[in-house]
Design a protein around this ligand. Structure first.
Ligand SMILES: [Fe+2]
Length: 192
């Protein structure tokens, strides 16, 4: 059973207003409900394993829903945790590694913003354990575009539901506000 994490709006959160934040939290809670439903069917219910096939089957729907809902839960928790920071350019271990892997913080920021603009789902700074370096990656859905064996360090929700209530089509304003509200202490903790 997956328990939902309680997130509350505070004055430290400047990337979105309270109305946008609360609507987003309700959506996150829906993913928690859904992964628990899917897990329940897979463990105790009628998953119809004998009918499983690649074209259409209830078991295939459960497997697609399992990664979509669980990644939806995990990525939203990472996103809500890594907003609310007040220091735009701290000197942290993550920043040191960004300078090493991207050449400069300025270049990394340009690349992360471009990644966000290109993403239909999520933009993430990940530590790729195969090449032992940081990468900015673009996900078109919770479970589409992830690198296997990589760890998310910084997560930005680029689904329209994350900003449209407040920003409408001003996506770039939302990205800019996010870049100024990153909680680098949390980000650094993940890297460690
Ligand atoms: Fe979201």
């Amino acid at each position: 059973m997956i328990e939902k994490v309680q997130f509350r709006y505070s004055d430290d959160i400047t990337v979105v207003n309270e109305e946008q934040f609360d609507a987003h939290i309700r959506l996150y809670e829906g993913y928690v409900t859904n992964i628990n439903k899917i897990d329940s069917i897979l463990i105790h219910g009628d998953a119809q394993r004998d009918q499983s096939n690649t074209t259409f089957s209830w078991y295939r729907e459960l497997k697609r829903g399992e990664t979509f809902a669980l990644d939806g839960v995990i990525l939203h928790e990472l996103y809500f945790e890594n907003i609310g920071g007040r220091s735009p350019s701290p000197k942290t271990a993550t920043i040191d590694l960004i300078e090493q892997d991207f050449g400069s913080v300025k270049y990394w920021k340009e690349d992360f913003i471009a990644t966000a603009k290109a993403s239909r789902g999520w933009a993430m700074l990940c530590f790729d354990q195969r090449s032992m370096r940081l990468r900015n990656i673009s996900l078109d859905a919770h479970d589409v575009g992830n690198i296997a064996y990589s760890a998310p360090i910084l997560v930005l929700d680029m689904y329209e539901h994350a900003y449209f209530l407040q920003y409408a089509d001003k996506k770039v304003d939302y990205i800019d506000a996010f870049m100024k509200n990153i909680n680098w202490t949390i980000v650094d903790g993940r890297l460690n």
